[in-house]
Design a protein around this ligand. Structure first.
Ligand SMILES: NC(=O)c1ccc[n+]([C@@H]2O[C@H](COP(=O)([O-])OP(=O)(O)OC[C@H]3O[C@@H](n4cnc5c(N)ncnc54)[C@H](O)[C@@H]3O)[C@@H](O)[C@H]2O)c1
Length: 380
């Protein structure tokens, strides 16, 4: 095989972006498309000269594809992916890989059983700054982590929430900012800072006419006793993003795409134990950082997915690591709703019970003006 034949399931805003990437990549070929909306599937199949299916099972069983890319609303990621794995296909899922940790467990079980490539569309991992930040942490240059922070405020308009019946509902989406806009940032935060073991969170709906949260704030505790803080919302402009990972030997600051690394010598613990002078401090040096010139964005995740299938290239964002963000999201939501600290791994049964009650309270949206349009800022 020199090209991976890919079936795109879900041909809305993001699905259209993925079709464009597939058509531009020499390693990929569009095999077929699927969407529950008949008009959408007809139009997409006609425009791209491939077969279209309203039922994703038919695409999976069509023998037209080696792999599927899932770009449906989040709840469908596990059922589509599991059906694909059972048929022996490779899977690239949009984020988040599932709405609940119990659904992630099922998804991962099917992936492991099939032995096929499982990747997730966490394209921010491909940026040169994040690749380098990941290496700095992996190489132990920060020493033991003592404190973390992520501030990830964002903005979405009411028109955005009204652009599809599923958006901003418990029944259709399974959450608000935490499950939709925040997963990219949370993935980076978990990648660099690791998963906390306990969160104490608050969640609320501050700006929009939606039933799910548009703001969340959480205090974090890590296994080694380190503390952290996390904030997200869809109520703020301009969009800014800040991550700090502070260790005994250094501090990493990632702010609006710019990475800085400070080394601390001697380490804070060593200085504290040995220094006798009242007003001396460890030496702090901002390290020069050399960023690699590499491809980044959605297309790079797609290329990497194909290369993993064709030549065993290491997956940049593996499905197995997709569980981290869902653990964190579920923990923050559970803690915020029940007003109590929550441990990670999240208690699967407790979270499923919470979701069942939230879904029961879910109201059908009355004012929907359907728009299937990719965010123009990310359609690279
Ligand atoms: N990685 C990113 O940067 C990024 C950006 C935007 C959206 N997303 C993710 O992509 C997914 C889709 O979001 P979107 O903005 O494209 O939504 P959208 O509403 O524009 O498109 C979703 C499409 O899926 C179709 N669909 C629904 N159920 C289906 C099913 N069972 N089988 C086949 N098709 C089905 C809908 O008809 C629609 O056309 C979400 O999970 C979202 O989190 C990721």
């Amino acid at each position: 095989m020199d090209k991976v034949r890919i079936g795109v399931v879900g041909c809305g805003g993001m699905g259209q972006g993925h079709i464009k990437s597939i058509k531009e990549l020499p390693e990929a070929e569009l095999g077929a498309v699927s969407d529950v909306d008949e008009e959408t599937v007809k139009k997409t199949s006609r425009e791209n000269g491939v077969k279209g299916f309203t039922d994703y099972n038919e695409l999976i069983n069509s023998s037209l594809v080696d792999a599927v890319v899932i770009a449906t609303p989040h709840y469908f990621h596990p059922p589509v992916g599991i059906a694909a794995f059972e048929k022996g296909l490779h899977v690239l899922s949009e984020k988040p890989i599932a709405v609940t940790v119990s659904a992630v467990d099922e998804f991962l079980k099917a992936a492991k059983k099939s032995g096929k490539v499982f990747a997730v569309m966490y394209q921010l991992r491909t940026s040169p700054a994040i690749r380098l930040a990941r290496k700095i942490v992996k190489d132990g240059r920060l020493g033991e982590i003592k404190r973390t922070i992520m501030l990830d405020p964002n903005y979405r308009s009411q028109a955005y929430y009204s652009s599809a019946g599923w958006r901003g509902t418990w029944k259709g989406e399974g959450g608000g900012v935490l499950i939709n806009q925040a997963p990219h940032g949370i993935d980076l935060f978990m990648l660099l800072g690791g998963l906390p073991v306990r969160v104490s969170a608050s969640v609320r709906t501050r700006l929009h006419k939606i039933e799910v949260e548009d703001e969340a704030s959480a205090v974090l505790e890590y296994a080694n006793g380190a503390w952290g803080y996390y904030y997200t919302s869809t109520c703020e402009m301009p969009y800014t993003q800040r991550i700090e990972i502070c260790g005994d030997k250094g501090k990493l600051v990632y702010a609006d795409g710019i990475l800085k690394m400070y080394s601390v010598n001697p380490s804070i613990s060593q200085h504290n134990a040995t220094n006798q002078n009242m007003w001396t401090f460890p030496e702090v040096k901002e390290e020069p950082l050399e960023l690699q010139e590499v491809e980044s964005g959605h297309k790079e995740i797609m290329r990497n997915f194909c290369a993993a299938i064709l030549h065993g290239e290491e997956v940049i964002a593996s499905g197995e690591e997709g569980v981290w963000s869902v653990e964190f999201i579920n923990a923050v939501n559970l803690s915020g709703r029940l007003c109590k600290p929550v441990n990670i791994p999240v208690n699967r049964k407790e979270y499923d019970n919470l979701m069942d009650s939230l879904i029961k309270s879910s109201q059908e949206k009355t004012a929907v003006k359907v728009q299937r349009v990719t965010d123009p800022r990310i359609s690279k």
